[in-house]
Ligand binder design. Structure first.
Ligand code: COA
Length: 261
């Protein structure tokens, strides 16, 4: 797969590294990035060789500094709805991917960049990362899931403070409010993301997939519906070869050999 705005590389351990590659525009998301990202995620979903993803930005300054503002100037209502739907669709593809996705946030994650990070399953921030949803400064609101995911991650009050002021926060503050999982040195960000992803890929693959699907399906259900969904996913795990191997290996005091079945 080759793209004009994304770099994609898969290492021997099945970790795909996606790099947003418009460093002269701080990796802003233009229409081409969105189209290419959709096709990359579609391919990754079907490619068994890719077991998990890391998303990061090219250059020293930015993860992704937002939607490309040059493409927003002339949007009317109908075009705005279309642009928001297109971006949201691809971010939802990421969120619903049955393989773990880690955002390695290496600088500005603003607007669409913050929304992209929030659509990933977990987020690591380098010490120089900066987060914000500055759309109100442009007379806009987030369109790629920002008003949906931010309150779910950090709570309504904190989300509204960020949304209504458009303020930028640093990595430590983002970790404090739960917007990112933790802060790591910029120099080790990608290694730390790989280590984290490997620690997920070492677990039972069926169980990892079921955890991702369970959390995605259950977060917005009622408690009773969610518990039913969890029971169904638990049952599916019980029906897997991996569960037989994992539980037997524990009892036999040996390491499990998962086959992802
Ligand atoms: N869309 C389009 N271009 C963008 C961009 C965006 N979201 N963010 C940065 N750029 C471009 C700048 O226009 C500039 O291009 P130029 O060199 O052709 O003039 C280049 O990237 C470098 O950005 P610059 O503003 O010079 O860097 P800086 O270090 O002074 O400031 C930011 C960095 C992130 C604070 C600033 O670029 C910014 O506020 N960007 C917009 C963030 C935003 O509002 N995002 C939400 C959009 S909905």
């Amino acid at each position: 797969m080759t793209f004009s705005t994304l770099l994609f590389d898969v290492s021997d351990d099945g970790i795909g590294l996606v790099t947003f590659n418009r460093p002269d525009k701080l990796n802003a998301l233009n229409a081409t990035v969105i189209v290419e990202l959709a096709s990359l995620i579609h391919e990754v979903a079907q490619d068994a060789k890719v077991r998990g993803l890391i998303l990061t930005g090219a250059g020293p300054k930015a993860f992704v500094a937002g939607a490309d503002i040059a493409e927003l100037v002339d949007l009317d209502r109908e075009q705005g709805i279309e642009v928001a739907r297109r971006g949201s669709r691809v971010f939802r593809q990421i969120e619903r991917l049955a393989k773990p996705v880690v955002a390695a946030v290496n600088g500005f994650a603003l607007g669409g960049g913050c929304e992209l990070a929030m659509a990933c399953h977990v987020r690591l921030a380098a010490t120089n990362a900066r987060f914000g949803l500055p759309e109100v400064k442009l007379g806009l609101i987030p369109g790629f899931g920002g008003t949906v995911r931010l309150p779910r991650l950090v709570g309504r009050g904190r989300a509204l403070e960020l949304l209504l002021t458009g303020a930028m926060i640093d990595a430590e503050e983002a970790a404090r409010i739960g917007l990112v999982n933790r802060v790591v040195p910029a120099a080790s960000l990608l290694d730390d993301a790989r280590t984290l992803l490997r620690s997920m890929l070492a677990q039972g693959p069926v169980a990892v997939r079921l955890c991702l699907q369970a959390v995605d399906g259950e977060l917005d259900a009622t408690v009773d519906e969610a518990l039913e969904l969890e029971a169904a996913h638990f049952g599916e795990a019980c029906a897997s070869e991996d569960k037989g191997e994992g539980t037997r290996a524990f009892l036999e005091k040996r390491a499990p050999l998962f086959r992802g079945r």
